[in-house]
Design a protein around this ligand. Structure first.
Ligand code: GDP
Ligand code: MN
Length: 377
């Protein structure tokens, strides 16, 4: 999942001809002031933090400035803010438009229907989760037929748009649809889509690109705003590694067992913090690298839950012992291990020699990991 910042999403919008307010990106208050002086953005303008979390409007990360002084003040106030754990380093400055109405439009993939779905609502500007279900029109789009006139008319009706405004919506929907398809997007969301005069334009842009299609779009591979430093390193080493909020590190193999391990920890009141999927490997070196990476994430405890198949238990044990041998004491963590399956006895013996006991029962081992991490959340 490649989540794009608003301004990057809007650059793509622009390349598809989606109408946008005039604007520019800046990285300091001085740059903001000179952007206004040079006419890159007219005043009054909107000053928007470029972070990936939503709710900026409510959270004080979107402000208005009518004068150069206000612009400097707003830019200084927002830059450097910690917004939901993200430091604000970039601002999007945009002309402030007289908005008649704020609408909602998105196209996303409905995996259970196996079809893209177009969603529109006349209640834009607030998070879609807080809009009543009955106020949202959902239309599933046949990928070969594309958006039909019928679907676009239904959208206009839901949004209460007629005449030139409906035609403006029609053009915008076609462009968003092409973008969704051609860029292999998981989500294209415009909230709010603003009605200004007799036309609609995108005030916000949320674009998520499907990771599995990134080989078709090398330009997005550079955009890694949404990955932590360790996740980035893991990716280069082709290790599936995700950082969450909790304090227990999970090392498992295969997506199914990894997810089930997270669920079991959660069920007993633990908080998984990082998970690492060893996948299928017969290379102890890869296991060693994975453990070193885990250590750098500083988990309070690590729960190793392996079902030996392609990845044999002794391969994992060997890699683990190797990693522990030259791990600096500051990076050591309490370890609870449960390895079952292919070459189980060999693996358990290798671990035992290194002073690690392998537990058999999933429930008991999960609870031991939670206790080792300092107890229930
Ligand atoms: P989000 O809260 O993170 O989704 O940020 P948005 O980009 O959606 O902005 C939040 C709100 O700021 C919008 O719902 C609008 O009410 C307001 N806003 C954003 N751009 C403009 C603009 O150009 N003109 C006006 N009047 N309001 C704007
Ligand atoms: Mn928004």
């Amino acid at each position: 999942m490649v989540k794009l910042a608003e301004w990057r999403g809007k650059e793509i919008f622009r390349s598809y001809g989606v109408p946008l307010p005039k604007g520019t990106v800046v990285r300091s208050a001085d740059e903001a002031v000179s952007a206004a002086a040079q006419g890159a953005v007219p005043l009054p303008c909107v000053v928007k933090a470029q972070v990936l979390s939503g709710g900026r409007g409510k959270g004080g990360a979107v402000r208005f400035a009518a004068t150069v002084e206000e612009l400097r003040a707003a830019a200084s106030a927002i830059l450097g803010l910690d917004f939901k754990g993200e430091k604000v380093r970039e601002l999007l400055l945009e002309e402030k438009l007289p908005i008649a109405r704020e609408l909602y439009v998105s196209i996303t993939l409905d995996r259970s229907a196996r079809l893209p779905v177009l969603m529109v609502s006349a209640s834009g500007g607030v998070e879609i989760e807080s809009v009543a279900d009955t106020a949202i029109l959902r239309q599933w789009v046949h990928p070969f037929a594309g958006l039909t006139n019928f679907e676009k008319r239904a959208a206009a009706k839901t949004l209460g748009l007629t005449g030139p405004a409906a035609r403006s919506l029609d053009g915008l929907l076609d462009k968003l649809w092409r973008l969704f398809l051609n860029e292999d997007a998981e989500l294209v969301e415009v909230n709010p889509l603003a009605l200004v005069g007799e036309g609609v334009l995108a005030l916000d842009a949320k674009v998520i690109i499907e990771d599995d299609a990134s080989f078709r779009h090398p330009q997005y591979a550079e955009v890694r705003d949404d990955r932590t430093e360790l996740e980035e390193i893991a990716r280069e080493k082709e290790i599936a590694f995700v950082q969450l909020d909790g304090n227990i590190g999970v090392i498992a193999n295969g997506a199914g067992l990894t997810m089930a391990t997270l669920d079991v920890l959660q069920q007993f009141g633990g908080r998984p913090g990082v998970f690492l999927d060893l996948g299928g490997t017969d290379d102890p070196k890869k296991v060693t690298e994975a453990f070193r990476l885990m250590a750098r994430a500083r988990p309070a405890a690590v729960f190793l839950n392996i079902f030996g198949g392609v990845t044999r238990c002794d391969t994992v044990a060997t890699g683990l012992v190797e990693a522990m041998r030259d791990m600096p004491s500051t990076e050591r963590f309490p370890l609870v291990a449960r390895i079952r399956g292919n070459n189980e006895e060999e693996g358990i013996a290798i671990l035992r020699e290194a002073g690690v006991t392998s537990m058999r029962d999933l429930k008991e081992s999960a609870q031991a990991a939670i206790a080792a991490a300092g107890g229930r959340a």
